[in-house]
Design a binder for this molecule. Structure first.
Ligand code: NAP
Length: 496
């Protein structure tokens, strides 16, 4: 039975609205582009300005709501999302393409984040410290930053908005949230859940439209005090520059080129399982996806054979179909990036060990499907060893020893996630000390992160404070330092 179409609405200044410009674009299912899921409003800058103005107007009342009460509303949002978990997961599979099992996992991750962050409403800690002055109480409190723009990518269309919206709201900020144009439906359902939980009008605004129009307003408007962005380096660096002109706080989580280092003494079966999970889970469209295997030459061939054998078992298709373990690329542009990346790798000397082409069989030809691809003979300077493709492509780089492995692992501009497989505890600690990534794993895949632990990257991957965990509130709050002289009389003048 065909599922019903759903046209996306926006929520601006306490009202559900359609396209103010009259312009829309179709929301396509990447597994079958004949299926138009509904229409997406393409709003203009004026509507974005209305959303920002509404957020500004709602700020004084929302920041005055006690933290524990704001936290209670987030717990109610947790319940609302829990009740709609299956609907949300299905919408995600249909508009983003990941398998239903992956979509359900993402919804669960979002619930974990909400559960943790809602509790922050009762903490929002400051510090009390001794003053240098007698009879003086010195402490810090957390104030909200103000109006926050939240600009998100398509690859985690539920988890990323939740891990930004929840800490922004619990700290007393008001928000304008713009999802990726490719995944607005998930954003709309989330917005409904937050509203049902009791978020007042104006505190959360949800707007769709192109990054170059709506996005530009959200990053340049002087009434916006902070921007939390996840997406590509190109847009992130542009946004950082634009935001600096009006002195906004910025948090950018961007690309990755995540390595798994495998030393000769490693459990190769365990490493192969982790590599395949990390490289091809979510079609390689995770910021923490494994895209490089850096392996000691002595075991390189054996490991590649184990990886190829496991990769052959991947079932590519429509993520709603039972038994499918890998979905499509998200759109035509992403498909072309991946295919072009493979073509360049071949020109530069890569050997295709598996896959390497678009799938065009009966189940695949109306979607953006690429075969899971394993490339051998890669050297560190090749394009595929340096640039993020954001697809199901894995590059094997053979090295002579652990020192060279570390050098190659660090020899890229990105620094999000990494992993090492070895049984040698000395090598493990040497790696943990020197690896240049914000997240690292030992004997486990590069992907995955827990809701109560900080998440984020270094080098070209990350700018600003870490997301998730108890550090999430650092970005969304400003510390105010308070000195109270309780003698009530003029005393000696402070000299510094
Ligand atoms: P993107 O093209 O940079 O888009 C991200 C968001 O920015 C979208 O909402 C987009 O809107 C918006 N945008 C585009 N141009 C803009 C502009 N001029 N001003 C303001 N906003 C603008 O990234 P993507 O293709 O959606 O996502 C894939 C990338 O995200 C990959 O590089 C991946 O590594 C990265 N990522 C990183 C992390 C992490 O935590 N490090 C996590 C997930 C993903 P439109 O959709 O309308 O273009």
């Amino acid at each position: 039975m065909a599922e019903a179409k759903h046209d996306i609405r926006n929520y601006v200044a306490g009202e559900w609205i359609g396209s103010a410009t009259g312009k829309t674009i179709p929301n396509l299912n990447p597994a079958n582009t004949d299926e138009v899921l509904g229409l997406v409003p393409l709003q203009d800058r004026e509507t974005a300005r209305r959303a920002i103005a509404a957020a500004k107007a709602a700020l004084p009342a929302w920041r005055a709501v006690p933290g524990p009460r704001r936290g209670a509303i987030l717990f109610a949002a947790h319940r609302a999302i829990g009740q709609r978990a299956e609907e949300l997961a299905r919408a995600m599979t249909r508009e983003e393409g990941k398998t239903l099992a992956e979509a359900r996992g993402e919804v669960q991750k979002s619930l974990n984040v909400l559960e943790f962050i809602a509790g922050e409403g009762r903490r929002l800690r400051g510090e009390t410290l001794p003053s240098e002055m007698p009879n003086t109480l010195a402490y810090t409190v957390r104030d909200p930053v103000g109006v926050v723009s939240i600009v998100t990518p398509w690859n985690f269309p539920v988890a990323i908005p939740v891990w930004k919206l929840a800490p922004a709201l619990v700290c007393g900020n008001t928000v304008v949230f713009k999802p990726a144009t490719l995944t607005p439906w998930c954003g709309e359902i989330l917005t409904e859940c937050f509203l049902e939980a009791g978020i007042p009008a104006g505190v959360l605004n949800f707007i769709t439209g192109s990054g170059g129009v709506v996005g530009e307003e959200l990053i340049s408007n002087p009434d916006v005090r902070a921007i939390s962005f996840t997406g590509s380096n190109e847009i992130g660096m542009h946004l950082y520059e634009v935001a600096a002109r009006t002195g906004k706080k910025v948090q950018c989580e961007m690309g990755g080129k995540n390595p798994v280092v495998v030393l000769a003494d490693a459990d190769l079966e365990l490493a192969a399982d982790a590599i395949v999970q990390g490289a091809f889970g979510s079609t390689g469209q995770r910021c923490t996806a494994t895209s490089r295997v850096v392996v000691e030459a002595a075991v390189a061939e054996k490991l590649a054979a184990l990886v190829v054998e496991r990769t052959r078992r991947i079932v590519v298709g429509d993520g709603l179909r039972a038994g499918v373990t890998m979905g499509p690329s998200v759109d035509q542009g992403q498909l072309e990036t991946v295919l072009q990346g493979i073509a360049i790798a071949k020109q530069e000397g890569a050997k295709v060990l598996l896959g390497g082409e678009r799938l065009m069989g009966e189940e695949h030809r109306r979607g953006f499907f690429v075969a899971p691809t394993v490339l051998g003979g890669i050297t560190p300077t090749m394009t595929v060893a340096q640039e993020e493709l954001f697809g199901p492509v894995l590059a094997f780089l053979a090295v002579k020893d652990a020192d060279e492995a570390l050098e190659v692992a660090n020899g890229v501009r990105y620094g999000l996630s990494s992993s090492i497989f070895t049984r040698d505890v000395n090598r493990v600690f040497g790696f943990l000390e020197k690896i240049e990534t914000g997240i690292t794993h030992v004997n486990s895949p590069t992907v995955g992160g827990e809701a109560h632990l900080p998440f984020g990257g270094v080098k070209a991957t990350g700018i600003g404070a870490r997301e998730q965990g108890s550090t999430a509130i650092d970005f969304y709050s400003e510390l105010k330092t308070v000195y109270i002289d309780y003698t009530g009389q003029v005393r000696q003048t402070k000299i510094y």
